[in-house]
Design a protein around this ligand. Structure first.
Ligand SMILES: Nc1ncnc2c1ncn2[C@@H]1O[C@H](COP(=O)(O)OP(=O)(O)OP(=O)(O)O)[C@@H](O)[C@H]1O
Length: 308
């Protein structure tokens, strides 16, 4: 469904350039329910905004289904946003109109895109557990209920891809669990591909695959050891644990990988390292004393392995 290869996003302001994504690779299967985690500023929202057609990539490859988001025209982008992708934000006020009912809020995007279908709007509200509140005005609903209306709205145009940016960021644990089980049900019953960006490790721990982004690149992946437990009820585990998940470091096509900063700091590796292959393992070590000397005495020449 989604392929990003060497994806780059540079934000240019008057005098500075911020490289938010620096050659990111990710592949997401059709019908997958997965999460993206990463520290603040690592590029998660940038990736989601590009996938949602809200922002343009600077370079690299980004494909969603048959759409090439690097080459897409502005007109095609409108079509893409209308038909292929649905978006949920932490701050759902962006999607909702407070003086309309829950049902009217779901019907509105249907009317705007010429696909009005009241029965489907009602069904969506049933799916998110709000069948009994559909005629209440938005302002009469709690924050968690409004977030569930936002999920129903995001599906109003029957998208194949649902992007959720911190969907549980402003709700309590019980509502967060309910939102996750709604995602699991929609994923299973409608087959919609769901990508969730979250800081919430307990939420991430309940999906089958989690991709970690560091400094604008994919750094590692966590795969559930028993995905069927996760897809059934989302109740396994309370975070990303070694018992429940296998962790993999991600290598790009050229064989590049990201070594965590704390490992480098612990070994005092800075700029250079040695690498050894013993037939089974690859070992990365701090430079030996010869290299360290070279760092201290930059003019020293190395000839035939001996210093002059
Ligand atoms: N419109 C913009 N203009 C300039 N820089 C931006 C813009 N949007 C994001 N950035 C920068 O790009 C980098 C990645 O930001 P992004 O919002 O994608 O991170 P994030 O992982 O989603 O962070 P958070 O978890 O805090 O939301 C940051 O350094 C950010 O300051």
């Amino acid at each position: 469904m989604i392929t990003c290869e060497g994806l780059v996003k540079i934000y240019k302001t008057d005098d500075i350039e911020v490289v938010a994504l620096q050659g990111l690779n990710i592949h997401i299967e059709p019908g997958e329910l997965m999460a993206i985690i990463g520290n603040s500023g690592s590029g998660k929202s940038t990736l989601l905004n590009i996938l949602g057609g809200l922002d343009r990539p600077s370079a690299g490859q980004v494909k969603v289904g048959d759409w090439d988001l690097l080459k897409i025209t502005d007109k095609q982008l409108v079509e893409y946003k209308r038909n292929t992708v649905g978006f949920i934000w932490q701050n759902n006020a962006r999607n909702l109109v407070s003086y309309l009912t829950a049902l009217e809020n779901v019907e509105m995007p249907m009317m705007l895109s010429g696909k009005y279908d009241r029965a489907y709007a009602k069904q969506l509200l049933e799916w998110v557990g709000l069948g009994h509140r559909m005629n209440n005005k938005l302002q009469e609903l709690s924050g968690g209920e409004q977030q569930r209306v936002a999920i129903a709205i995001s599906l109003a145009n029957r998208p194949r891809l649902l992007l959720a940016d911190e969907p549980t960021g402003s709700v309590d644990t019980k509502t967060a669990d309910m939102i996750l089980s709604i995602f699991q049900r929609l994923n299973k019953e409608l087959g919609v591909t769901i990508v969730i960006v979250t800081h919430d490790l307990s939420m991430a721990g309940k999906v089958g695959r989690v991709v970690a982004i560091r400094d604008g690149m994919t750094s590692s992946e966590f795969i559930a050891r028993n995905p069927s437990i996760h897809s059934r009820d989302g109740s396994s585990g309370s975070g990303l644990t070694a018992q429940a998940h296998e962790e993999y470091v991600v290598l790009d096509r050229a064989g590049r990988l990201q070594v965590p900063k704390e490992y480098l700091a612990a070994l005092q590796i800075n700029g250079k390292a040695t690498m050894e292959f013993d037939g089974e393992k690859i070992m990365i070590k701090a430079p030996n004393s010869l290299d360290k000397k070279e760092d201290i005495e930059p003019n020293t020449q190395i000839v035939g392995g001996k210093m002059k």
